[in-house]
Design a protein around this ligand. Structure first.
Ligand code: G6P
Length: 465
């Protein structure tokens, strides 16, 4: 899409909560733009940059809010329109509905004896979420060129399509869920009117996309059971893929080389187990550490012979659940290290500063990469690890990650709730022979390279027609 020969037939508008650029207020009071965080931006960003596409996103920082006053801003190759909301409205929509409700719903994270509880505050937050979606719809209606393909991303924006279709029937609307999709039993947890509004909001698109057939089936089953019949929106499946060139550039940077040197020094000639994740409940960090504890107990030969490098950076700390989870993770790591450490061997290196070059360095160096989520829309790290690794490292993957669908057969299975099975699978992967590693890692690389971000974008545009 970045060149004319790949230019799409329709103009493109991308709509997401987090934009491709975040702004901060510089020392001189001016606005400084930098590339936004997250998998969506790293996957889609390079394809959209330098094209005529417009990207519409919410203002998440003070700098973003100031940028919002300027209308469409052209910077770093993007045409970005940032939307500022009254802070209370935005927080209610983002924290209470998007993060504490819809994220928990689609990842099955509720402890149902206690949560959720849909009280007055929650119903007000739902009204705020509806308002945010309506404002997004108004702005898309204003700025979208005739007949544009509007690519709406994720659970933050489920209610925009009905409004937008009324106002701009010429537009083609595609929604893509980067998360899993809750099946009917979980969706019944929502207040019934809310569940209906959510499903109808998604069905008002021309097409709805998912990373795996499994999430697509859940969406259709939920719609059928709670709304009756099949959704009018077409369903499509299109897994995102990492950009190998972007990864190679990061891997070749000085910052990454320095981080790798430091890591080598700390690990020495021991084997290296790695994980790279947000500190996020669905990533199953606690059971990952319990499994490592089991590994050291059940397989004594690995004591002092393996280091677990856990590169886990904070996320959504506005939510008490995330803060408490982080404390629990740090406490558990301390306990395990206290149990097993010896002179000169620290079993777990937990690094919680968000340091992208260091994460890339860890992915270049791992012997085994642990990816054991409870549920995950895709999990790009599993594919990035496969592409970046330089030691024929193996990936231990949970079948609950969407990427399982593409990588099964080229990865070691870890059952996310079974810490004994996970410990044994990790021990077996760590003990694989050079030849086993060579063969498995080559197949894994082949699978991880099978698609590119351009394929994903092409699928969205095809779904729009
Ligand atoms: C992860 C998910 C995406 C989601 C994003 C939001 O990356 O895979 O589906 O859009 O989180 O994260 P944020 O930090 O913007 O709340």
């Amino acid at each position: 899409m970045a060149t004319d020969e790949h230019a799409p037939a329709r103009p493109v508008v991308v709509v997401s909560n987090r934009g491709p650029i975040s702004f901060r207020v510089g020392d001189d009071g001016g606005l400084v733009a930098r590339r936004g965080a997250g998998g969506l931006v790293s996957g889609l960003g390079p394809l959209v940059a330098g094209t005529d596409a417009t990207w519409i996103a919410a203002a998440m920082s003070e700098g973003d809010r100031r940028a919002a006053d300027r209308g469409v801003v052209e910077t770093e190759g993007f045409r970005v329109r940032t939307l500022a909301f009254p802070p209370d409205t935005y927080r209610a929509a983002y924290d209470v509905v998007c993060n504490a409700t819809l994220w928990f719903l689609h990842h099955g994270l509720w402890d149902l004896a206690r949560r959720p509880r849909f009280d007055d505050r929650w119903h007000e937050a739902w009204a705020a979420y509806r308002t945010v979606n309506e404002v997004f719809a108004d702005v898309v209606a204003e700025v979208a060129p005739d007949d544009a393909a509007v690519l709406v991303q994720d659970y933050h924006l489920c209610l925009l399509a009905p409004v937008l279709r009324d106002r701009r029937p010429d537009l083609r609307l595609v929604h893509f869920s980067h998360t899993p999709f809750a099946g009917p039993d979980l969706l019944r947890v929502l207040p019934s009117a809310v569940g209906a509004e959510l499903l109808d909001g998604l069905a008002a698109h021309h097409a709805c996309g998912f990373h795996t057939p499994r999430w697509a089936r859940s969406w259709e089953a939920s719609y059928r059971e709670l709304r009756g019949g099949s959704p009018t929106a077409a369903t499509f499946v299109s897994p995102l893929a990492p950009d190998p060139d972007d990864l190679a550039t990061s891997a070749g940077s000085d910052a990454c080389r320095n981080s790798l040197d430091q890591l080598e020094e700390r690990v020495g000639d021991r084997s290296l187990l790695v994980r790279v994740d947000r500190i996020e409940l669905s990533k199953n960090l606690l059971r990952g550490f319990h499994a490592f504890d089991e590994l050291l107990r059940r397989h004594p030969r690995w004591r002092e012979r393996v280091v677990f490098g856990a590169f886990c950076y904070p996320s959504r700390e506005g939510l008490p659940e995330y803060l408490a989870y982080r404390q629990e993770v740090e406490g558990l790591v301390r306990t395990i290290n206290d149990r097993w450490r010896t002179d000169g061997w620290e079993p777990i290196l937990l690094e919680t500063a968000d340091d992208y070059p260091r994460s890339v360095a860890a992915l270049r160096r791992f012997d085994v990469l642990l990816v054991n989520p409870i549920r995950d829309g895709l999990n790009l790290v599993a594919k990035e690890g496969a592409l970046l690794n330089e030691r024929h490292g193996l990936v231990a993957l949970s079948p609950e990650a969407g990427a399982w669908f593409e990588l099964e057969g080229a990865v070691r299975r870890v059952d996310p709730y079974d810490v004994v099975q996970t410990a044994d699978a990790l021990a077996s992967a760590l003990g694989a022979t050079v030849e086993e590693r060579r063969v498995e890692a080559a197949e894994l690389r082949r699978r991880a390279r099978a698609r590119t971000p351009a394929d994903w974008l092409a699928d969205q545009l095809a779904a729009a027609d």
